[in-house]
Design a protein around this ligand. Structure first.
Ligand code: FAD
Length: 208
């Protein structure tokens, strides 16, 4: 059994995403002649942050690979406007060499005191999963004993409107700690890869 931390990898974003969104917005007013240095941010601040003309941000799209667990998968996939491709426990047999003939689990964020109990539960689940495979069960049947902590990989694509709503809800203090942590990793991956910060700063720091 392998224990890993959750992680996020940036895959792709619409090139010149700020300018593409600006173009969409300016088409409404036929004000393309006003496009210049820094006008994308200025227009975004005005029409999206102040006037909530939100549909224009749908012209920009971002794709991430998210390594998380099945409990987070259930929360993330409630956001219906994203497109998801999810590691399948029907088709992936963790008994195979390419998975190291073991299950991989994500350590819950903030788990300290209960760690030995959790680790023992994960080992037992792995033991039962392999016992079922040895009995001849297909992975789609054996997966029924896998825990919520089982690692899963998600390729997740959404437009900037989806991401703004997702980050706003999942970074909030009352969201579960694991999903808050994941949302922070997602935001960092987006910003560290050249997507302008102004597209998200109001939802990430609502007081601003
Ligand atoms: C802190 C927290 C706790 C939660 N706890 C629970 C829980 O205990 N149990 C539970 O079941 N869920 C829970 N959820 C999930 C929550 O109910 C939403 O499913 C999730 O946040 C996705 O929000 P959404 O539907 O607005 O997003 P999306 O599906 O991305 O939709 C975005 C927006 O599109 C519009 N929209 C989408 N579909 C429709 C539709 N069919 N009709 C009308 N408008 C639509 C709405 O304006 C919506 O806000 C929780 C979420 C959070 C953030």
């Amino acid at each position: 059994m392998k224990i890993i931390e959750p992680s996020v990898e940036f895959i792709a974003a619409t090139p010149n995403i700020g300018q593409v969104i600006e173009l969409g917005a300016r088409n409404c007013y036929k004000s393309e002649d006003k496009i210049g240095e820094g006008t994308d941010e200025k227009l975004f601040n005005q029409i999206v942050k102040q006037h909530h003309h939100d549909s224009v941000v749908e012209h920009g799209s971002i794709t991430l690979r998210v390594v998380t667990d099945r409990a987070m998968l259930a929360q993330i996939t409630r956001h219906r406007h994203f497109s998801f491709s999810v590691e399948s426990q029907r088709y992936c047999s963790y008994a195979k060499n390419k998975f190291g003939s073991q299950i991989t689990v994500i350590k819950p964020h903030g788990l300290t005191k209960g760690f030995p109990v959790w680790q023992s539960a994960m080992r037992q689940a792995e033991h039962h999963y392999f016992a079922m495979i040895e009995e001849g069960c297909k992975p789609e049947v054996a997966r029924s004993v896998l825990p919520n902590s089982t690692k899963t990989e998600i390729i997740m694509t959404g437009n900037v409107r989806c991401w703004r709503q997702f980050l706003s809800l999942r970074l909030a203090g009352h969201a579960q700690k694991d999903v808050q942590h994941l949302a922070r990793l997602m935001h960092e991956a987006i910003i560290d890869n050249g997507v302008p910060e102004y597209l998200f700063d109001d939802v990430v720091n609502p007081a601003k």
